[in-house]
Design a protein around this ligand. Structure first.
Ligand code: B12
Ligand code: SF4
Length: 387
């Protein structure tokens, strides 16, 4: 007869074989404090809309697995380094997928590891019932990991570990057997406020509190028009954003490829921008479909690529942008192309914008065209005055 402590130790040993970086054990009791926090979060309008909407389900593990007793939390590290990143050159500008989207989609990698752990557990306890979650489950992966002693929650809202900083993905397995829990870690941010000060949109409204609507990581994933105020802030990011992690002292020096699965293909995570404008759905799926950053499809990525080309003022992109303005069936893409053409300027762009102004039926796109023509005049005036 194996004891709960022996089962726990056996699972911990198994993590080494499976290549799991961290494991922790927590009770499956409801997350009562978190529930209050989530109610306030919703009232303030800070949700992204990607969270599980049912707050009872979010905070009571037993609504996902009726007899849940323990949550086994894991973390996989992605402080991944890109060797030989391709250079950004005029006429061959590139965009950027955030580190959390490098290599194979982490949902699949973590699920595989958790399934390995589940198989091992079943050898010890054949009739155990389990439920695996990675990101898309009902629970807050960070709150679970915090309770299981994997790390602490930083002022940037991320779960931070001493070994890998916040460059860790999280996942968990609910089980209907009681295993000895771990203690939460006591470390914290102290007086540091670097991430709050560095966030370009002020989305970190307080320590550990994020207004997701203002977070650029969220904004890169929306499918509508990107609000004007964010267009100059993306800095080439096509998917996700990570300034609040990049500046964190706990992440200093955490720049090494640890899990082979997350090793990036530089041409995929730092792709040329222009070819993205004309990529077909099929080509997009073939090229980017295995990356976490493709989950919203090609439209947000194309929109962000157009914005990046506009910011780089890439004249060589003008013919492709004109084609989008003329022919693309999606108003967001036509309107954003108008914005970029206004940014890049030149007689060819101007002519296309004027023609589109006559022809365009969509009111949002019309607004973008008019603004692009107006801003172009202001921009040229400024250049003449400077000259
Ligand atoms: C919705 C979502 C988003 C939204 C909203 C993020 C947010 N901070 O709320 C957006 C699209 C913006 C987003 C962005 C990112 N995400 Co996201 N996201 C999620 C998702 C699906 C739900 C998060 C959620 O419910 N948020 C609502 C808030 C209130 O809850 P929470 O963040 O889970 O937990 C909070 C409470 O526990 C509370 N709390 C607990 N104790 C205490 C104590 C105090 C004092 C305070 C103040 C707060 C507090 O603070 C926690 C942190 O905010 C989770 C997966 C999951 N199922 O949990 C991934 C998840 C949080 N995302 C993840 C990642 C990697 C990212 C990005 C880094 C990706 C990128 N580079 O763009 C960014 C990071 C941006 C950021 N600073 O959060 C990882 C985080 C791993 C980690 N080490 O923390 C997760 C856990 C996915 C995973 N399984 O690995 N994400
Ligand atoms: S930058 Fe400073 S305040 Fe922000 S999460 Fe890191 S240690 Fe905490």
């Amino acid at each position: 007869m194996v004891t709960p402590e022996q089962i726990k130790q056996s699972l911990i040993q198994e993590t080494e074989r499976l290549g799991i970086d961290k494991i922790g054990f927590a009770s499956a009791d409801p997350f009562l404090e978190l529930k209050e926090r989530l109610i306030q979060h919703r009232k303030s309008g800070f949700e992204s809309g990607f969270e599980e909407p049912d707050l009872d389900k979010r905070t009571d593990p037993r609504l996902s697995l009726p007899n849940a007793r323990t949550i086994i939390a894991i973390a996989l590290a992605y402080p991944t380094r890109m060797d030989d990143p391709p250079a950004n050159r005029p006429g061959a500008y590139r965009g950027f997928f955030c580190r959390a989207s490098w290599g194979e989609d982490y949902h699949h990698v973590l699920r595989r590891k958790l399934e390995g752990l589940e198989r091992h557990l079943r050898e010890l306890v054949p009739d155990v019932t389990t439920e695996i979650m990675v990101d898309t489950g009902a629970l807050s992966d960070r709150a679970v990991a915090e309770r299981a002693g994997i790390g602490f929650i930083g002022k940037n809202t991320s779960l931070i570990t001493t070994q890998f900083g916040s460059w860790v993905y999280l996942g968990e397995m609910l089980v209907d057997i009681a295993l000895p829990p771990d203690q939460p870690v006591t470390e914290g941010c102290g007086d540091c406020t670097v991430c709050i000060d560095a966030c370009p949109t002020g989305a970190l409204v307080g320590p550990g509190q994020l207004n997701s609507q203002a977070c650029l990581a969220y904004q890169t994933q929306t499918k509508g028009f990107l609000a004007d105020e964010y267009r100059d802030l993306l800095g080439g990011y096509l998917y996700g954003y990570e300034t609040c992690q990049a500046v964190c002292p706990f992440n200093r020096g955490k720049n090494f490829t640890h899990q082979e699965a997350f090793r990036p293909d530089p041409e995929k995570v730092k792709p040329l921008l222009k070819p993205l404008l004309t990529i077909s759905n099929r080509q997009f799926q073939q090229r980017f479909g295995t990356m976490a950053g493709s989950w919203r499809g090609k439209k947000p990525i194309q929109r962000n690529a157009i914005i990046a080309l506009g910011r780089f003022r890439d004249k060589s992109a003008v013919p492709d942008l004109i084609k989008l303005l003329q022919d693309d069936p999606r108003p967001v893409i036509r309107g954003t192309a108008a914005w970029a053409l206004g940014r890049i300027g030149g007689s060819e762009a101007e002519k296309a914008l004027m023609e589109a102004e006559q022809r365009e039926q969509d009111s949002e796109v019309q607004k973008e065209i008019k603004r692009a023509l107006k801003n172009r005049i202001t921009h040229e005036k400024q250049e003449n005055e400077q000259g």
